[in-house]
Design a binder for this molecule. Structure first.
Ligand SMILES: Cc1cc2nc3c(=O)[nH]c(=O)nc-3n(C[C@H](O)[C@H](O)[C@H](O)COP(=O)(O)O)c2cc1C
Length: 147
């Protein structure tokens, strides 16, 4: 099993983000289950952060599609390493649109920003544990894009 986490820069205006996230989410929910790829996607202040777990071969196939996508650029893999087992169990991609309207408590916001900058704890398991905490956070769950 393998883990890839990358950040990238959104190329459209922030106003279009919700629609793009919906579209991405739909594409992911039809493709990722066929390759048993699980993960999560956050959008915040014009940046994406996505974590993906699966076999290395399947992840590289998906990354080749994602890297061609004109909706983002400057894709930087901040984690790319083997893992013992999955942390994300659902094939559905949870996508979060963390706009500035979302009021996060200061500690969570600080953690979130650090994570987003890719300057957090870069050991894969620790990083994914942090992302899982975000996914479970009630305030952040309000930012979930339903598709
Ligand atoms: C930030 C970002 C994350 C994406 N994540 C996924 C994903 O997890 N799974 C997926 O199938 N497509 C994902 N996409 C969409 C793909 O880039 C692509 O548009 C989609 O797979 C449809 O490809 P096709 O037009 O070649 O069929 C993502 C796109 C972006 C911009």
């Amino acid at each position: 099993m393998h883990l890839i986490v990358y950040t990238s820069t959104y190329t459209h205006s922030e106003k279009a983000a919700q629609d793009d996230l919906l579209d991405i989410c739909r594409a992911a929910n039809s493709f990722n289950p066929t390759r048993e790829i699980a993960g999560t996607l956050f959008f915040h202040q014009g940046r994406f952060l996505q974590a993906l777990e699966g076999t290395r071969e399947n992840l590289e196939e998906l990354m080749a599609r994602i890297e061609k996508d004109p909706r983002h650029r400057d894709i930087v893999r901040i984690i790319d390493e083997p893992i013992e087992k999955r942390s994300f169990v659902d094939w559905r991609l949870d996508a979060f649109n963390v706009s500035d309207d979302i009021q996060l408590d200061p500690e969570l916001l600080e953690n979130f920003k650090i994570t987003f900058l890719g300057q957090g704890p870069l050991e894969g398991r620790v990083f994914v544990d942090l992302l899982k905490k975000f996914c479970a956070n009630p305030t952040l769950r309000a930012a979930l894009v339903s598709c």
